[in-house]
Design a protein around this ligand. Sequence first.
Ligand SMILES: Cc1ncc(C[n+]2csc(CCOP(=O)(O)OP(=O)(O)O)c2C)c(N)n1
Length: 634
Amino acid sequence: MPLLDRISSPEQMRRLSRGELPELASEVRERMIDVVSKVGGHFAPNLGVVELTIALHYAFDTPRDRVLWDVGHQGYPHKILTGRNDRFPTIKQKDGLSGFLKRDESEYDVLEAGHAATSISAAVGIATARDLKGEDHQVIAVIGDGSMTCGLAYEGLNNAGHTDRDLIVILNDNEMSISPNVGAIHKYLTRLTTNPLYNRVRDELKGLLQRAPMVEDMAIRLEESVKNMLVPGTLFEELGFRYFGPVDGHDLDALIDAFGNVKRMKGPRLIHVVTRKGKGFPLAEQNPMVWHGATPFDKISGEMAKKKGGLPAYTNVFGKGVTELGAELPHLTVITAAMPSGTGTGIFGDTYPDRYFDVGIAEGHGVTFAAGLALEGVRPVVAIYSTFLQRAYDSIIHDVALQNLPVVFAMDRGGLVGNDGPTHMGLYDIAYMLAVPNMIVTAPKDGAEMLALLRLGAEQDQGPFSLRYPRDNVPAPVPPLAEIPRIELGSWEVLRQGDDVALLAVGTMVQQALEAARILEVQGYNATVVNCRFLKPHDEKVLAWVAERHNAIVTIEEGTIVNGFGALIARVLEPARRDRPEITLDILGIPDRLIEHATRQQQLEEVGLTPAAIAERAQALAEAAGAVPVRETA
Ligand SMILES: Cc1ncc(C[n+]2csc(CCOP(=O)(O)OP(=O)(O)O)c2C)c(N)n1
């Protein structure tokens, strides 16, 4: 790669002539296609921002000028051009580059993110800090049209427009979220980009200006006035931003000119850039949803490697199950926040379009919208990843729980999420759901139990109900919903009995605990294993039995140990432990620190949640509690 090989920083890139930049863009694309086809990763979003990234680093003085990438999943060209091309093949792997921006990876990574729409607010903060410190640099937030469905983006715009600070927002409009973008703002942006009268007049004006050159500023002003006449009062201008565009996001000259012009102006400015997701890889252009994130694939045929194993993912089992339930319960509705494919619920939408709602990347709104449905007797299932539901915490408490409404929260990606790393970890939902008054908190041990819990949640009238399941395949085949036995609210399941130690396991950890018990057996110890599928309310009878019969009790959960299930059990067992001080307790879970990107299996090993590690801790506790191994005599 003749150009890319010479470039290890934007500064070097800025020494290239403008004429060389299209060649650089093809090299960056080729490099991404080559690497992502081998190791997987975000694909279509990155192909779409190659020219935009080059133009930003070319027109602005980075890292002095601060560029903030929203979400950060489209940061691959940025990484390649900011000195990380060598390490690029390690992306998303243990000890390799992060799939998102990371401040300790590079001085060019200004903001860390993974959740949508933080860039404008953070940019307002950075611009304010700049002004307080008397510094002088540009602050540029780059945000996608999908992320512009978040309320947070408008809180940022509202604040920025009011303060009148020097700040640039670049709206990267590819008409896609992960799925096709939705909502009124989306329709509005489409009207802006497709306004035929404005585009024609603008093109003609450009030709005219080229023939009769005048001072650049004057030309821009003239163009702006024409625009304001034809597109009166754009939304962004009403909010206090000067609006520029739409600019063709694959035309390097147009981008660099636009950035060059706009950077000389003051106040809040927004440049509307139109890009094509998947640009340069025809299959990804045709189907950007499938190619948003790719597993390794064949560069020629485009065939992606099959995901592991013969058993389906929890996500797919959930999508199919909730659709089956929809046939039985005519009032069942499903809400997604821009993740029809990610949550597997798209098939419910295909089957029952009137009962399926994609609210955009608007988790808080989605939950309060569900509260509204529930107030009128319609039963909502809110399907949102554990990590993204964090956005909606106030809505969960204030709008759902305080009114005790029967909303079902289906949290995919509960637990360690693997290569997306800390921004996407589903480690906090157990702790945050346990703290919500009236919330029934559950976690299934397998796919069939997940659907039984879903049914229970959708059929009960007691109040809000949550279930969490992992980013993994189900451990056993799942029968059709109608054949899955019902579950009694609050009931635990004693899966095996032994005297030496009791393993109280939650969700994914039930299988691990059963395997740990088999390892313990080989060591001569007998373990009880309980499937604690209801975290709240818990099974008082079974817990009392456990506390009477065992001196060593281990809780195991795939969530933070801070205020999780183990902490709850410790509190509940307090009186029993006063009566029987010989009871000892060990709490296994995710330690209170960040877990970096790696495979989920590597992460389970790192935190000691493998069967072998669980068995080791359980054995140590049992021995300390006086258990003596029983070995078979030869
Ligand atoms: C709060 C939140 N909810 C959901 C997601 C999942 N998500 C990641 S990227 C994305 C689409 C973003 O669309 P856009 O900003 O237009 O970027 P594009 O991928 O189209 O470049 C979504 C929904 C997220 N990152 N953050």
